[in-house]
Design a protein around this ligand. Structure first.
Ligand SMILES: Cc1cc2nc3c(=O)[nH]c(=O)nc-3n(C[C@H](O)[C@H](O)[C@H](O)COP(=O)(O)OP(=O)(O)OC[C@H]3O[C@@H](n4cnc5c(N)ncnc54)[C@H](O)[C@@H]3O)c2cc1C
Length: 453
């Protein structure tokens, strides 16, 4: 065991996933000396790509949203010296009866979306207009679950299955647990930055024209975002500690004074924590009871991803985009990543990742069910698989569910800030993580710790 010694840093960042990396990059570029502590042997957390048998798999299929003017772009512009490149995602498809149709984001697309019966499409158009109008008039209605919001329409099983699959995709939970506002925000109908307060006209324009162009897939795999951020850091300002787990905060008079790890003790007046917020009560003694209760209510979702490496490129998955399938009890979302970047698969071969949600089920059974869904949706794939890789991951540190409140990036302990996908409810994944980092930086500035303007 390493000898305990005293170290001084301007800030200690716990967790070397993309939230911790982006925070460390920003603070180091602002001239601060940073210690970053990561419990695993590798930086990147859920934002990594690794090679097996010539295939480069991401930690789950990714599409990064809101890239044109969103929070990740803001951080890239301000702090990155090595810039990741993105290929546009273009289109989200729905696969049905082995055919692809664009996901209906506008009312016109919904009118032509003949995967659902005509009557249901009309009902859904009305329900969408009603919900968006409600987002300005009566916000409480939107706190209800999607299920509670739509049950009065008596939609068919197929329509309900589609809505359920979209709910899982946007919140991590079924439509019975997903708040209606999340469905509208995640589909881009209300501006999450504005809390749904933008003008009616602006909202309704989104029914006619939807903007996909702001979504992208990072060339080289999602690792390239992590690598570009790490390579942009001023090395003299950074100390990395891998294989070291933060186990307790040192707190005095309700102010953070440092961190105890399983190997060492480090001192600083500022700590940024990017691990699970659910674990915060284990690290911080004497948290306010109400605050702790809210943290312990946070729910998580696990995802099961199957990567298939294919002996040759299949015409069925030749598109640039992603697809959703919802015709069984195991819906999936898939991204054929080598279509964006051929480097991710060996020459003339193809790599595609399929992901679904796993609750408290037997893993083997869930894998079989996911395979059955895939083979039903794309029968030809079965005879072309030469590589298979399974991942179980937690995509977002907390699911957005009815009645849940995420902790704010400013904790009740002075000098302790919180970042990651369970500290901000806007958007999802890397975009949500980036929102939380920007918010934490703003609060540090407001609190006078950092960043002279
Ligand atoms: C299947 C799947 C699909 C996804 N799809 C998308 C997508 O399409 N678009 C998108 O933007 N995002 C997507 N994501 C989500 C995205 O990858 C994550 O939101 C993001 O990488 C989370 O970053 P983070 O830093 O907040 O958390 P993490 O990546 O979980 O990093 C946290 C880090 O903290 C470390 N840590 C925790 N506790 C401690 C401790 N006590 N001491 C030391 N270290 C600690 C952990 O080891 C980890 O490395 C997807 C993820 C998955 C799994």
């Amino acid at each position: 065991m390493e000898k305990q010694r005293k170290l001084e840093f301007d800030a200690i960042v716990i967790g070397g996933g993309i939230s911790g990396i982006l925070t460390s990059l920003a603070l180091s570029k602002e001239g601060k000396n940073i210690l970053i502590i990561e419990k695993s042997s590798i930086m990147g957390g859920n934002c990594r790509t690794y090679e097996i048998d010539g295939y480069h798999v991401d930690t789950g299929p990714h599409a990064v949203t809101n890239l044109l003017n969103g929070p990740l772009r803001e951080l890239i512009k301000k702090y990155f010296t090595v810039i990741p490149r993105f290929s546009p995602i273009n289109t989200y498809y729905v696969r049905d009866n082995q055919k692809l149709q664009e996901f209906p984001l506008t009312l016109l697309q919904l009118a032509y979306f003949d995967i659902l019966p005509k009557k249901e499409r009309l009902i859904m158009s009305g329900a969408m207009i009603d919900a968006v109008a409600n987002s300005s008039l009566n916000k409480d209605v939107l706190k209800k679950s999607v299920y509670d919001y739509i049950k009065k329409y008596n939609l068919s099983e197929k329509t309900n299955r589609l809505i359920d699959a979209v709910s899982y995709f946007l919140s991590g939970k079924s439509m019975k647990e997903t708040p209606t506002w999340r469905m509208l925000g995640g589909s881009g109908y209300i501006d999450e930055n504005n809390n749904g307060k933008e003008g009616h006209l602006k909202k309704f324009i989104k029914f006619a024209k939807h903007n996909y162009s702001s979504q992208g897939y990072p060339l080289g795999g999602i690792q390239s975002i992590t690598d570009c951020a790490l390579n942009s850091m001023p090395k003299k300002k950074m100390v990395f500690k891998l294989n070291e787990k933060a186990i307790k905060f040192i707190i005095k008079d309700n102010a953070i004074k440092g961190v105890k790890t399983d190997k060492n003790i480090y001192h600083s007046d500022v700590v940024v924590y990017s691990g699970f917020m659910k674990d915060l009560p284990k690290l911080a003694d004497n948290l306010d009871k109400k605050y702790k209760t809210e943290l312990l209510k946070l729910k998580q979702t696990k995802s099961l991803t199957l990567w298939f490496g294919l002996k040759e490129k299949l015409p069925e998955i030749s598109y640039i985009g992603s697809e959703m399938y919802f015709d069984t009890d195991t819906p999936y979302w898939a991204v054929p990543v080598s279509n964006f970047d051929p480097y991710l698969a060996p020459e003339n071969k193809q790599l595609i990742g399929f992901t679904t949600v796993i609750e408290n089920e037997n893993l083997e059974e869930r894998i079989d069910k996911l395979k059955n869904s895939i083979f039903k949706a794309i029968p030809n794939i079965k005879d072309h698989i030469e590589f298979e890789h399974t991942q179980i991951t937690i995509p977002e540190k907390a699911a957005i569910t009815v009645g849940i409140k995420f902790p704010f990036p400013r904790s009740p302990i002075n000098g302790l800030y919180l970042v990651g996908t369970d500290t901000d409810m806007r958007s999802m994944g890397i975009t949500r993580a980036s929102y939380s980092v920007i918010e934490a930086l703003r609060l540090m500035k407001e609190d006078g710790f950092f960043l002279a303007s």
